[in-house]
Design a protein around this ligand. Sequence first.
Ligand SMILES: Nc1ncnc2c1ncn2[C@@H]1O[C@H](COP(=O)(O)OP(=O)(O)OP(=O)(O)O)[C@@H](O)[C@H]1O
Ligand SMILES: [Mg+2]
Length: 317
Amino acid sequence: MTALPRDALRTSVINGELVNARRRAHLSAQWRVSLLASRVYDKLTEAPPKTIGLFELDMLRFDEKHSESNRNPLIRLRDVSRVYDLGEVKVDALKPTSLDIERGEYVALMGPSGSGKSTLMNTLGCLDRPTGGSYLLDGEEIVDMTRDERARIRNRQIGFVFQNFNLLNRTSALENVEVPLLYAKNVLARERRERAVEQLGRVGLGDRLHHYTTQLSGGQQQRVAIARALVNRPSILLADEPTGNLDSRTSNEVINLFRQLNVEEGITVILVTHDQDVARNASRTIVLRDGEVIADTTDFSQALQSLHSHEPVQSAC
Ligand SMILES: Nc1ncnc2c1ncn2[C@@H]1O[C@H](COP(=O)(O)OP(=O)(O)OP(=O)(O)O)[C@@H](O)[C@H]1O
Ligand SMILES: [Mg+2]
């Protein structure tokens, strides 16, 4: 194996390149470590080694040990609940829930209609404030924040993808992707454009920049929405039924993209889905029922079992 330029690699770690990469990724598997280390190496020498040895692993372990943010999970919920108070009735949409999600995880939220998936998702995405409990996002308490503070943290950390794409009609793909940057301070028109072009290229739509929403297929529209979600360089991508309006082939395209963003770029992906084929791609599944987590597992067959365990038996008639 070619010897790595230790000092150069160390310098780039100190300069924050690898630290930032590490922050975005949960690097438990050695091949992921290799991927990131080889990227840095690539930048330095333009000739990455085929295999990366223990030296890089040690460097990253060193980084892991010394980086404060890596000690906290990205998401930490403790007894988080959401009650909708409708006057005469109160709906326990989310009963006190505690869970951690690490950087770089890929999590699927499943459960029957009305089980609280969107409520949990909106809470994680800081769109909604929990009624009780503690929610630490990257070490910051969300529950005490004002609406504006939550909006700021959302812009910085989170990208959203919705079932119905939520794109502007009679507007080009490029302009749609630029929208979140209109709210960002200090981003000039030229940079806005460059970043939107970059994101559309990233989702494979470099040749559809000027197409209007109505001139794109469903899968392409969802990819524009994903590019828009990525344009602020979030560390978390949240998607509520992202393939709900897509046929199975197009759905696969979108799911492959999520997987690629998770594996190659270390983006934390959390998605709500009813579709087993979509959920199967995640490495962890959380199953909700009546506002409660009834399973939280890396074993997908166990998740399916919980999902179906209380379902009424269909009578054959
Ligand atoms: N704004 C609201 N006001 C009152 N009750 C609400 C509100 N939003 C959701 N609920 C209730 O909270 C519960 C959980 O709703 P939620 O939308 O989280 O379910 P879900 O699992 O996302 O369902 P679906 O799969 O149908 O999207 C439901 O009983 C719902 O009726
Ligand atoms: Mg929902």
